[in-house]
Design a protein around this ligand. Structure first.
Ligand code: C2E
Ligand code: MG
Ligand code: MG
Ligand code: MG
Length: 287
């Protein structure tokens, strides 16, 4: 009995290994075709300023609608692309598309996610300049979102890259802040415009004191360093108000708006304000 069960487990395990390898291969071969077949799309989620909920920018998020497999989430295929040079092909498509859509908006910036491998490619700066600035886009309207993982492995080189980009006017955001292994001390070495508080902390805010304390600390840190602080994953009115009261400068999340197609983003970009908000939000203490 036990022996049979044991064999069963081994077999199931082997099959699931096969599955995951098969899945990986499908993704790899499917992705570069997907670009050519027009199966990729960007959606845009507004980033909104604290006081009047003005839409100051949009984060570009990648979507893959596969005719065979349906919607595949970037959390699934980006890590696979990241393991090969596919990420560059994919990343360049994203930049080009973001630049195209950006040119239809009245003044907002687009915030584009870059994986560590993209960021670490040789001559990243030249690459961005060529694909963005040389197409007549003002660097102030193009934000580069990177995670702590991308910059802390080779901090010297990353600091230099960010410095040069920022000198030219590109915006830099540190994404998912608080989840990586950056030391607070090191943060000051990097030329940044924005810290994005990971949504796990925002989610935990009303649940446990620790998360609320972390959120408040990041807000204070950002302010002290003269950075924008964006709370990600704002899902409720309660979170929204708590973050505004805490002095969090910018907000992003389903409660304000889900990632949306290009046409809707354009409409919102022109309207400029998220909702007609008459509530006066008092700030806590002095900063
Ligand atoms: P991210 O950059 O941290 O993006 C935020 C993710 O949170 C997005 O998931 C967004 O749809 C989701 N989100 C926004 N508001 C809320 C909310 O209120 N509640 C919840 N539960 N989720 C919210 P998405 O679009 O599935 O993207 C997942 C990740 O995939 C991104 O995390 C980013 O790391 C990566 N990614 C997406 N697009 C690109 C891309 O063009 N290039 C690269 N390199 N990575 C990308
Ligand atoms: Mg992001
Ligand atoms: Mg994030
Ligand atoms: Mg994330």
């Amino acid at each position: 009995e036990a022996k049979r069960a044991g064999r069963g487990i081994v077999r199931v395990f082997d099959e699931s290994m096969d599955e995951s390898i098969r899945f990986r291969r499908l993704i790899e071969s499917g992705l570069s075709q997907a670009i050519r077949n027009g199966e990729l799309k960007l959606v845009f989620q507004p980033i909104v300023a604290r006081e009047k909920l003005e839409v100051t920018g949009f984060e570009a998020l990648l979507r893959w609608h596969s005719p065979e497999y349906g919607m595949i989430s970037p959390g699934m295929f980006i890590p696979i692309a990241e393991e090969s040079n596919l990420i560059h092909e994919l990343g360049d498509w994203v930049i080009d598309e973001a630049v195209r859509v950006l040119q239809t908006w009245p003044g907002q910036y687009v915030s584009v996610n870059f994986s560590p491998r993209q960021f670490r490619r040789s001559n990243f700066v030249g690459h961005i300049v060529e694909r963005v600035q040389h197409r007549g886009v003002s660097p102030q309207r193009f934000q580069i979102e990177i995670t702590e993982t991308a910059i802390f492995d080779d901090a010297e080189r990353a600091a230099d890259t960010l410095y040069r980009l920022r000198q030219m006017g590109f915006r830099i955001a540190l994404d998912d802040f608080g989840t990586g292994y950056s030391s607070l001390y090191n943060i000051r070495k990097f030329a940044l415009d924005s810290l994005k508080i990971d949504r796990s902390f925002v989610d935990g805010m009303g649940k446990e004191r620790e998360s609320a304390a972390i959120v408040h600390s990041i807000i204070h840190l950002g302010r002290a360093l003269g950075l924008e602080v964006v709370a990600e994953g704002v899902e409720t009115e309660t979170q929204l108000q708590a973050l505004r009261v805490a002095g969090c400068s910018h907000l992003q999340g389903y409660y304000l708006a889900r990632p949306m197609p290009e046409e809707d983003a354009l409409f919102l970009a022109k309207a400029r304000y998220m909702i007609d908000d008459e509530a006066d939000v008092e700030e806590e203490g002095e900063f």
